[in-house]
Design a protein around this ligand. Sequence first.
Ligand code: GLC
Length: 425
Amino acid sequence: MKIIEGRALRATATAAMLAAFGAPVAAEELFYVSGAVGNAVEDFKKIVKPWEEATGNTVTLVPMPASTTDQFGQYRLWLAAGATDIDLYQTDVIWAPQLADHFVDLTEAAKDLAPTHFPSIIESQTVNGKLVALPIFTDAPALYYRKDLLEKYGKTPPKTWAELAETAKLIQDGERAEGKADLWGFVWQGNAYEGLTCNALEWVKSFGGGQIVEPDGTISINNENAVAALEAAKSWVGTISPDGVLAYQEEEARGVWQTGNAVFMRNWPYAYTLGNGDDSAVKGLFAVTTLPVGKEGDTSAATLGGWNVAVSKYSTKQEAAISLALYLAGPEAQKERAIIASNLPTIISLYDDADIAAAQPIIPQWKDVFLNAVPRPSAPTLGKYNEVSAKFWSAVHNTLSGNGSAAENLELLEVELTDIKGSGW
Ligand code: GLC
């Protein structure tokens, strides 16, 4: 009897879902793959629950490594093999052109939802007129700083990278002299992976050194401003940043920061909620600002990140999968995600939402930062982006490790990129 009642209730809820999403939904078990940083797995369960309850479907999250580079490698293998057991993929903003052929076109299903999102983000997920994935959140990094420590040393948040290095050193020396032996000035992501491409693009761009490959396809990376940017970053390693930073991804940087062992951190907005959690040593002690510039007159650069949901062409449960994709990209799920995980929404109206602003002040504060964020050259380099990025982060990682100078490594990089480009991207 209970079961029957449950079914009847589910049927009513399904009807409501149908009205909301217009897609016929049968009870299915869906598999969703996603990388996971912070509390992403638990958060995901909370976010999908209303959809599961309303449709009677269930969703199993298959967690992937945190590194977007490792995820990409795995996804490419599954997709190339036409794997039918994964229904939905959570995809990085840079992947659309490379994976487009494996995903369902969501243009028609999202015809009412897509216009409520920022057009530039929808455009980034559109390849030759096909809407490859629906945005679930966008990303633009912040410079996290310890308010208490800056105040103690009479410092204001730095405007230039040189100022950041100076303040970081002053506070690091002062605190170590007082017995805080583990304190570092600045933590960031220096591992050889996509995250380093993001960090280094910010240094280069904010030193006036361009965007690696420009929107028109020109390879611009071998220039003196880019050299100056990489040399500046190299000078941090072993002085204000631990040598280990060359192996850090987002979570390692956050680990040092959240135990109270860093003055500054470069990280994405997800670290904001976690840093204010009850288990965080820096709860209430920090604020965020935009990343520094090379010199006065240059503009701050934040790399545009973000995540989307795509439905596999090989899924045998496409109707349910599309319904879930629409739900995850829709206002209810995006609002919940913003409140519990401080992920930046891609739906324009949510930036005026009072509940979000009250729970996560970084979100309204970050609207302009992400609107002005610098895209990685995934659009101009098309299917070759991953190779381009891997060459770039290797050149940067070599420079930071003292393996060749910035000038030498960028000169070589230009040759390698020219070769990858061939007669055209
Ligand atoms: C964040 C960004 C993503 C980027 C990654 C690099 O997850 O949202 O776009 O590729 O960091 O580590």
